[in-house]
Design a protein around this ligand. Structure first.
Ligand code: FE2
Ligand code: FE2
Length: 148
């Protein structure tokens, strides 16, 4: 089975993207700023699901057992994730800056639901930087370390 982004992460991405897409239909500065966030967010999600998150699907196996074929197959993704790590973080900074503008606009236009969407995406990025990315990094190091 090809290595895939764990389902809860994929679903969270889809939900955030859908919320953001709905927000782009708002008028005023909220819609405008949401469209800017979406242009940055969609390619970012695509990259994360291609080479950052799939390795997290091996965590259970890594915690329990020795090297497997799936781990060997994951090596190119591990290399790509390591190579792109700083770029992903830089994208987070750009997305966060655009989200801050969306948040300001939502407050100015009195649209608390839209402010909430911005906050949810900011929290998602924080979860990734503090837990998911480091976990993927550790999983990658462990896969590299094991004799395959
Ligand atoms: Fe993400
Ligand atoms: Fe992200």
């Amino acid at each position: 089975m090809p290595l895939e982004t764990p389902k809860p992460i994929h679903l969270a991405h889809r939900e955030l993207r859908d919320l953001l897409l709905r927000t782009t239909h708002q008028g005023g500065r909220v819609g405008e700023t949401a469209r800017r966030v979406l242009r940055l967010f969609e390619p970012h999600l695509e990259k994360e699901e291609r080479y950052a998150m799939p390795v997290l699907g091996l965590l259970t196996e890594l915690a329990r057992s020795g090297p497997t074929g799936a781990m060997r197959d994951a090596l190119p993704l591990v290399e790509e994730f390591h190579a792109q790590y700083e770029n992903l973080l830089a994208e987070h900074r750009m997305i966060a800056a655009a989200l801050e503008e969306m948040l300001d606009a939502a407050k100015a236009e009195d649209k608390p639901d839209c402010a909430d969407v911005a906050m949810q995406i900011l929290n998602h990025a924080y979860l990734e930087e503090s837990v998911l990315y480091p976990a993927a990094m550790l999983a990658g190091k462990e896969i590299r370390r094991r004799p395959l």
